[in-house]
Design a protein around this ligand. Structure first.
Ligand code: C6P
Length: 407
């Protein structure tokens, strides 16, 4: 057990203090979205109560206040991921939009017939389909990097796949379906050696440990605010400056222009070139508050606690008859995916919910890897630092009940 004071931390998350279906809530769906601390909720409420206004208009005091908070949040994100400049932090609607933006702009400009885009076999659909769409339009291909039976990426197969036709390697930092951590440091260096660019889908990594985009040397890094204890509807795309400068805008409209005329339009500087329309001001302020929250948290202790929960849960799973873990890589975040012999994951999830235990079931938007394992889906329990060992016990108690009911 660790010294991390989970009971204290839980007090910061009001949603955890409730009963669901007559039982105290056990929230184990953190890979889908994390819960929000009171300080994040308050920051959003304060903004709407006191400062609500449009940004970058400079027309009045409220607008100035809103702009200061909004751009302050961008600076916090830049520092949080160690981006060289806040101009390289673009607001999007989420990881999905960040990847679509790169595929549609960088991809449209740089991919040609015969080019190859490599993704891992474990990818979320958000990191497959945008590449298929652009590849289909230009005549490029999207190819999966194999993963083995434990869900670990095959680095030597990746090495063999690399050649001068590979223009983009787009991989998750961490798998949402199985929790596998990919060896992205090595992959980035290997991809760069053949001249490919690298996009990292950080949706499942960003909440677990500090990410340093300069140390990684990735070309693009994407994540969603709602998986980082912030609000839904907002995401981040980090990019290397020279790439962002060279890319065409994603959408046209207000904010992203410098001048508009019927003889020709010029575009705004970074980051605004990619931010058409009124942005999610409250969302950015909420994400800024989430980063403030994390910066006062013992993140090392939090990560150790999550790993201890994972080990405790996986040991229990191995001792539970009929349960099979899906995803047993030695490199994992706190995600436990499993199937129970003779039971459909959706039925299990429903029965567990009746006992106040929230897990996700299904293919987790990662159909190709489910196909590889020959299963329709899994039950996925994903732990955050505010979960307890008692939560794990409740998960297995609920599973026992479900077993009795279903088998
Ligand atoms: N995974 C899950 O339950 P958005 O929806 O844009 O915020 O994130 C999409 C996304 C992209 N990549 C990875 C690795 C993800 O895990 C997700 C979202 C959720 O696993 C919802 S499917």
């Amino acid at each position: 057990m660790t010294e991390f004071d989970v009971e204290q931390v839980r007090q910061d998350f009001p949603i955890l203090q409730q009963q669901v279906n007559g039982h105290p809530l056990v929230y184990l769906d953190n890979a889908a979205t994390t819960q929000k601390p009171e300080s994040v909720i308050q920051a959003i409420v304060d903004y709407y109560r006191n400062d609500n206004s449009n940004v970058h208009r400079g027309a009045h005091t409220l607008s100035d206040r809103a702009t200061e908070k909004f751009e302050g949040a961008r600076t916090k994100v830049a520092e949080f991921i160690n981006a060289p400049s806040s101009a390289q932090v673009l607001w999007t609607r989420g990881t999905t939009e960040s990847i679509n933006m790169v595929a549609a702009t960088w991809g449209r400009q740089n991919l040609q017939a015969g080019d190859r885009v490599l993704v891992s076999a474990l990818e979320h659909h958000s990191n497959i389909v945008p590449w298929q769409m652009i590849a289909g339009a230009v005549g490029a291909t999207v190819e999966p990097i194999p993963v083995d039976a434990s869900g670990t990426l095959d680095l030597s197969a990746f090495r063999q796949m690399l050649d001068a036709r590979v223009k983009m390697v787009s991989v998750q930092h961490v798998s949402n379906a199985l929790g596998t951590i990919h060896p992205i440091d090595d992959m980035i260096a290997m991809a760069h050696a053949v001249g490919a660019k690298v996009m990292i889908d950080g949706a499942q990594a960003i909440s677990h440990w500090p990410v340093d985009v300069q140390a990684l040397d990735c070309d693009f890094y994407a994540f969603s605010a709602h998986k980082l204890f912030g609000p839904t509807g907002l995401g981040v795309l980090y990019g290397k400056r020279e790439l962002l400068e060279a890319m065409p805008p994603y959408q046209g409209g207000g904010e992203m222009i410098e001048t508009v005329s019927f003889t020709g339009t010029t575009y705004n500087q970074l980051p605004y070139k990619f931010e058409a329309g009124t942005p999610d001001i409250a969302g950015a302020i909420g994400l800024g508050a989430a980063i403030d929250y994390l910066s006062q948290l013992d993140r090392r202790g939090a990560a150790a606690h999550e790993q201890a929960l994972l080990k405790y849960a996986e040991d229990k799973a191995r001792q539970t008859e009929g349960v099979k873990l899906i995803g047993t890589s030695p490199y994992k975040t706190s995600v436990m995916s499993f199937v129970l012999e003779g039971a459909h994951p959706a039925d299990l999830g429903m029965i567990m919910d009746q006992q106040g235990v929230a897990v996700r079931t299904g293919n987790h938007c990662a159909q190709p890897i489910m196909d590889q394992f020959g299963i329709p889906g899994t039950v996925r329990a994903s732990f955050s630092f505010y979960n307890t060992f008692d939560d794990v016990d409740r998960l297995f108690a609920a599973l026992e009940k479900a077993k009795q009911f279903l088998q």
